[in-house]
Design a protein around this ligand. Structure first.
Ligand code: PHE
Ligand code: FE
Length: 290
């Protein structure tokens, strides 16, 4: 095993109180790519995927944004755990992105490098039946169902690539914690305005049975217009529903807000205190979901 992989395991174990990553990291290339090994999935796993898919699918109307629903429909993934190579070929035609199979969470450098090159890493393993409602580490259902549909949207696809490049830059600048908070409140837990009310585009919500309804209730969570500096200062919950959601007007706005050079922003934020997940600052206006 490479030394960088050992360091990565050690840092994950530290952050998660000794819990180990559950993927199989034995047979992979230097950039953490593995074979998906589609034939090895069992009938029970495909059946569990179908159940997860069906539950999420019926929650989408009136909650997920139109762009997500459109992307999902082109993927044809309702019946079984998808073969990444097949989806990848269709996605490449659409937006130039490809999918690569990975054993699970991967180190920042490898992750950002894939995104910067329009490769989306998708975890190969599926959760156990007893994790139907909640899973700690991202599995194939979260990665594929939650993230891949929006990679069919050209603006969002460009945004994720820019985020990957920005991650590589943040590693040099000491801005990773700030950037991770922005990622959390946008790509993972972001909401978007529609004419009918707020809708979801964040993958962490779209792949969650409970949070997809919860996040659009007017309370107890807050709904605030996205402000990049504000989200970069805001701490987040990894083991409960979010206490604040940040709302974009459209994907172009997300792209434009994140396009400027973050170097001065990281420097400024470093001098400022972080904010609790449920903060409401002077002058902030809470949005009403519907
Ligand atoms: N503009 C950011 C920077 O200069 C990079 C970035 C782009 C970050 C898109 C997030 C999303 O570092
Ligand atoms: Fe994710």
């Amino acid at each position: 095993m490479q030394d960088s992989t050992k360091d990565f395991f050690a840092s994950v174990a530290k952050k998660s109180n000794g819990a180990e990553l559950r993927g199989d990291y034995q047979y992979m290339s230097a950039d953490y790519i593995v074979e998906q090994n589609w034939d090895a999935y069992t009938g029970q796993e495909h059946a569990l995927w179908r159940k997860l898919y069906q539950r999420q699918e019926q929650l989408l109307p009136g909650r997920a944004c139109d762009e997500f629903i459109a992307g999902l429909q082109t993927m044809n993934a309702a019946q079984a755990i998808p073969d990444f190579a097949a989806t990848s070929a269709v996605l490449q035609q659409a937006t130039g992105w490809t999918l690569v199979a990975v054993p699970g969470l991967i180190p920042e450098l490898a992750f950002f490098t894939h995104l910067a090159n329009r490769r989306f890493p998708v975890t190969v393993w599926l959760r156990k039946p007893e994790e139907f409602d909640y899973i700690v580490e991202p599995d194939v259902f979260h990665d594929f169902f939650g993230h891949v549909p929006l990679l069919f949207n050209p603006i969002f696809a460009d945004h994720v690539q820019q985020y990957g490049k920005g991650g590589l830059k943040a590693m040099q600048l000491g801005g990773l914690d700030q950037l991770a908070r922005l990622y959390w409140y946008t790509i993972e837990f972001g909401l978007i305005q529609s004419e009918q009310g707020l809708r979801v585009y964040g993958a962490g919500i779209l792949s969650s049975g409970g949070e997809l309804s919860y996040c659009l209730q007017p309370s107890p969570s807050r709904h605030l217009a996205l402000n990049v500096e504000r989200t970069m200062r805001t701490l987040y919950k990894i083991d409960s529903y979010q206490e604040s959601y940040f709302v974009i007007r459209d994907f172009q706005q997300l792209f434009d807000y994140t396009a400027p050079d973050f170097t001065p922003l990281y420097q400024r934020i470093e001098q400022l205190p972080t904010l609790p997940a449920n903060s409401l600052l002077a002058g902030e206006v809470e949005l009403i979901p519907q």
